[in-house]
Design a protein around this ligand. Structure first.
Ligand SMILES: Cc1ncc(COP(=O)(O)O)c(C=O)c1O
Length: 361
């Protein structure tokens, strides 16, 4: 393929072309430093500038209050499944989980090894096709764990629960910075970068600083939020190139009009794609309407004909529309339309879907 494709991968995912071009232009010589960011010491003045600018853009775009730290870590969102309970679980106070699919299950699997937990709401009875109702929370819980967007099933919380004094911890790996949220409602937000924020290898954590007082000094230094907060994510070598690309992505978001403009564009793309599915009786979306994700659009061909779905994926790829196969555990089809996916990409997919349905009825 000699041209760039429309990439619907769930992650690592498509990045804004303008960002890739800027990174390419400054790849060999970043701002007259005579070197690539990749070759630059994380203790250098130039990199100090990069990380400070990235953090300030991130704080500005997401309106992050001063009492929260923004951390640039490694280990993926998956390490946070262990690191969060290691730091935030209080003895005698279980962790309450809102269970919405594979990614909360992975968090539960780690909790089993680390701290007591309760599942206080679950979408299991709907095979995770719907977001469960918000339960009453237990006053004495250590914290509440949830995933704001379920990358595999294609469901998303449209409203966040009010957990009162109990810290709300949210895995936002697949919808971070896709919509405006009230950060002050959360104790901790975490996300792997490789969907909305850049290349893999960087993990974002936004943590209310007072929560880190719970961290025990006996924790391994690298797994203690205090180490990272005190050292501004520079206790050891952070993923420098990922932080630099995140900075460029944030600059791109600002140039597009900021988070509100990005949120509006995301709604337009998602509405358009669901309309293509709903208005064509060859396809259907298995998820409850009110729970549908604006980031990962899951759909099937009526009758769940797997041969036809494989043909769809293959022929779409031949037309430059790639990575449309559903997750291996869910089957079917999935188009991930994160911030960097264009409306042109969505329109091209809709045209293909229409043509494919006419040719294969
Ligand atoms: C919602 C969610 N949480 C966690 C993860 C795991 O992220 P990582 O691969 O960075 O550990 C993913 C990956 O797709 C995800 O979608």
């Amino acid at each position: 393929m000699s041209e760039r494709v429309f990439n619907f991968s769930a992650g690592p995912a498509t990045l804004p072309l303008e960002v890739l071009e800027k990174a390419q232009a400054e790849f060999l010589n970043f701002e007259n430093s005579g070197m690539s960011v990749m070759e630059m010491s994380h203790r250098s003045k130039a990199f100090d500038g990069i990380i400070a600018l990235t953090e300030s853009r991130f704080r500005r775009l997401y309106s992050i209050p001063d009492e929260y730290a923004v951390l640039f870590l490694q280990g993926g969102a998956s390490l946070q499944f262990s690191m969060i309970p290691m730091n935030l679980a209080i003895e005698g106070a279980p962790i309450d989980v809102l269970h919405t699919g594979v990614w909360t299950q992975k968090a539960i699997d780690e909790l089993k090894k680390i701290a007591p937990y309760r599942i206080v709401a679950s979408g299991e009875s709907t095979q995770f096709k719907a977001i469960p109702a918000i339960p009453k929370f237990n006053e004495e819980a250590s914290y509440v764990h949830m995933a704001s967007n379920n990358t595999i099933y294609g469901t998303q919380w449209k409203q966040f629960p009010d957990t009162g004094k109990i810290p709300l911890v949210a895995d936002m790996s697949s919808d971070i910075l896709s919509r405006r949220i009230d950060i002050s409602k959360f104790g901790l937000i975490f996300a792997g970068a490789q969907k909305n924020l850049g290349p893999s290898g960087l993990t974002l954590v936004i943590i209310k600083k007072e929560l880190a007082a719970r961290s025990n000094d006996r924790l391994p230094s690298m797994l203690n939020y205090n180490t990272q907060i005190k050292n501004n994510s520079l206790y050891n070598t952070p993923p420098t190139f990922g932080i630099y690309i995140l900075g460029l992505i944030l600059e791109w978001m600002i140039s597009k009009g900021g988070l509100d403009a990005i949120e509006t564009a995301n709604l337009v793309k998602a509405d358009r794609l669901y309309e293509c599915i709903d208005n064509n009786n060859f396809y259907y979306c298995p998820n409850e309407n009110a729970s549908r994700s604006n980031m990962n659009v899951v759909f099937r061909i009526k009758g769940d004909n797997q041969d036809l779905e494989s043909k769809f994926v293959k022929e779409a790829a031949e037309k430059g529309l790639v990575e449309l196969k559903g997750h291996r555990s869910a089957g079917g089809l999935r188009a991930s339309i994160y911030n960097a996916q264009t409306l042109a990409g969505v329109e091209a997919l809709c045209t293909f879907m229409n043509d494919f349905s006419l040719a294969n009825r």
